[in-house]
Design a binder for this molecule. Structure first.
Ligand code: G6P
Length: 606
């Protein structure tokens, strides 16, 4: 997704902007550009990588004020011209924009009728033209920007500079994140804290409708009616080092390997051995309220949604409350019935996925009680919800989610324990789950030690054009996430089905060319799962079984045996070998593991 960086201060802006853009690369983009102000605007932009941009920025590209952008094409193909920034015709105004302007065609037609000449196909270019029209007569750049934004329908995070006002950057937000970074006699802004942590830990998140003016000596924020707003800076604890590969070949492998620690961090301080409960202060609910819910509805996108399916299962089993998960986008578009006795839980690693945020806002409008399970402190979803749990997994850079997925499932186990223990979950079962949770980091280490075996299996199966993933009840979300990991990073077609559904259709696909990964935990459904394996083998299908024991060679070609925990928590552990499997399949197929084609880390548009 698009990224924004802005700087004003005493230093040369270009190196800071380029470094910031590099930090945003992980989000996915196709072109990049920068503009600095120094007796006029100097701009460079290219289709391609930030490194390609850096190569065309001349050594003498001086200016202590500037803005930069990484673009992910929505209106118009990736090209040098469509890349941001966009200048006004007189080259006085430069704009970078994230989001989508819905009435761009209409505005463009009006501006063209008025004599404006557009050079790009983007929706964003209307902004530079609109601002340029009024900036001459406006009291301030902020006023001109505000005027232009009043005419715009859609979502935006923007940064704007004016060649005639070389001391300030104006940024504004509506639906697309903007974070200000406060430095020593310098100010930064970006669409993601990743671009700021090298320079400052003091940040301010803009709310929708807010606009900020950044100058060397500080910043001022305004609400949409131009009244000044008061903002408290937040200290972020993510460090620049979190954004390095730390000696690993890929971020993905680094993040998979971090999971013993990240799971421990999600659990830290939250388990009570005396009463066998979970301490979750951030929920902002007392016991009476916690008991009052009769249903739990979980929403999220992609891997967040699949971890929500694991969560729904945990809540039903441990708290005996009906629970289910649904993609956030589906939920928001079907005009959901919002019930007062339903607890809604929104999941997001980034905390800014637009579909999830919009679903939360819809719920809040209808009076729903919403908790968030979020990784990014202070993110839009975290600020919108009534309470929740932070994952504390540290920044996740690789596009495919691994450690955030696992930590979310662990967070759900904590929430399920909490909801269960204020209801009917016995202290003995509470203790069993607490002990199981404590064992997870050590058991994840044991799974990581299986990497050589998993790598060999990945090489064996990676050549297949298509793979089936099956699981039953607890194993089904594991299968779904396993298929998701494989398809997104290796581009091998993968389908996930409930094991029981296989015979109702997809069995027709099974044959020697379509192997199956079967999730077979040692639970009460073991025999049923083994029957499914028999059905697959009878059709000549190859089977890789992921479970708790070696299977009869007549039922599985290969077995991956992982440590056993409590049956309710096993899905968390069973997911991890599938991450490693997908990783090695992608490496074997020479894919761009951390930045798979067509995907972005956080999708901040509809
Ligand atoms: C994108 C990513 C997925 C991710 C999903 C939700 O689609 O490509 O990997 O699972 O967004 O992201 P979130 O930040 O809300 O967890």
């Amino acid at each position: 997704m698009c990224g924004i960086v802005a700087y004003v201060g005493p230093k040369d802006a270009a190196p800071i902007l380029l470094e910031g853009l590099q930090r945003l690369e992980y989000r996915g983009y196709d072109s990049a550009g920068v503009v600095v102000s120094n007796r006029g605007l100097k701009m460079r932009k290219v289709k391609g990588r930030v490194a390609d941009l850096a190569a065309v920025v001349p050594a003498r590209f001086r200016g202590t004020l500037g803005i930069g952008h990484t673009r992910w094409a929505t209106h118009g193909a990736p090209s040098d011209v469509n890349a941001h920034p966009h200048l006004s015709a007189d080259e006085r105004i430069a704009v970078v924009h994230n989001g989508i302007i819905e009435n761009a065609d209409e505005l463009r037609a009006k501006l063209e009728a008025d004599g404006a000449v557009f050079v790009s196909e983007t929706d964003s270019e209307v902004l530079s033209h609109l601002i340029a029209r009024t900036v001459e007569d406006a009291d301030s750049l902020a006023e001109a920007v505000r005027g232009a934004l009043k005419r715009v329908v859609g979502t935006y995070g923007i940064a704007v500079i004016d060649a005639q006002r070389p001391g300030e950057v104006v940024v504004a937000r509506n639906g697309s994140p903007i974070v200000l970074g406060i430095g020593e006699k310098e100010m930064f802004a970006a669409s993601d804290v990743a671009a700021l942590v090298r320079y400052t830990r003091q940040v301010v998140h803009l709310e929708d409708g807010e606009l900020a003016v950044l100058k060397t000596d500080g910043f001022t924020t305004f609400a949409s009616d131009a009244r000044e707003t008061a903002k408290e800076p937040l200290t972020v604890d993510w460090e620049a080092g979190h954004y390095d590969t730390g000696g690993y070949e890929h971020y993905l492998l680094k993040e998979i390997s971090e999971q013993p620690e990240t799971v421990a961090r999600t659990l830290r301080g939250r388990l009570d051995d005396r009463f066998h409960i979970a301490h979750l202060g951030g929920l902002n609910m007392d016991a009476r309220e916690t008991r009052s819910f009769r249903r739990v509805k979980i929403i999220g996108c992609g891997s967040a949604y699949y971890s929500g399916q694991i969560g729904a299962q945990l809540i039903e089993e441990l708290a005996r409350i009906p629970a289910d998960a649904e993609p956030a986008s589906e939920f928001r578009y079907r005009s959901p019935v919002v019930e007062p006795d339903t607890l809604y839980v929104a999941i997001s690693q980034s905390g800014e996925t637009y579909d999830t945020l919009a679903a939360v806002q819809e719920l809040k409008r209808k009076g729903g009680r919403v908790l968030g399970i979020v990784n990014t402190v202070g993110s839009a979803i975290a600020r919108e919800v009534d309470g929740g749990l932070y994952l504390h997994a540290g920044p996740e850079v690789s596009v495919a989610s691994t450690k955030a997925f696992t930590s979310t499932a662990v967070a759900f186990a904590l929430l399920a324990l909490h909801l269960g223990r204020v209801r009917d979950l016995s202290p003995a079962d509470g203790r069993r789950i607490c002990e199981g949770l404590r064992a997870l980091p050590g058991q994840i280490k044991e799974i990581l030690a299986l990497e050589p075996q998993i790598k060999e299996l990945a090489h064996k199966y990676a050549g297949s054009p298509s793979m089936m993933f099956v699981g039953r009840v607890r194993g089904y979300p594991v299968a779904r996430e396993g298929a998701q990991k494989l398809k997104e990073i290796s581009y091998v077609h993968a389908e996930a089905y409930p094991a029981s559904e296989l015979k109702h259709g997809p069995l027709a696909l099974i044959g020697p060319e379509m192997p199956t990964v079967a999730i077979v935990p040692d639970d009460e459904l073991l025999d049923k799962n083994l029957t499914t394996l028999g059905e697959i083998r009878a059709r000549g299908g190859r089977v890789l079984m992921v479970g708790h024991r070696e299977a009869d060679p007549r039922l599985a070609d290969d077995c991956l045996v992982v440590p056993r925990n409590e049956i309710e928590l096993d899905p968390i552990l069973l997911s991890i070998p599938l991450q490693i499997f997908a990783y090695h399949a992608a490496v074997a197929l020479e894919r761009d593991v951390d930045k798979p084609r067509n995907l972005a880390k956080s999708v901040t548009v509809e």
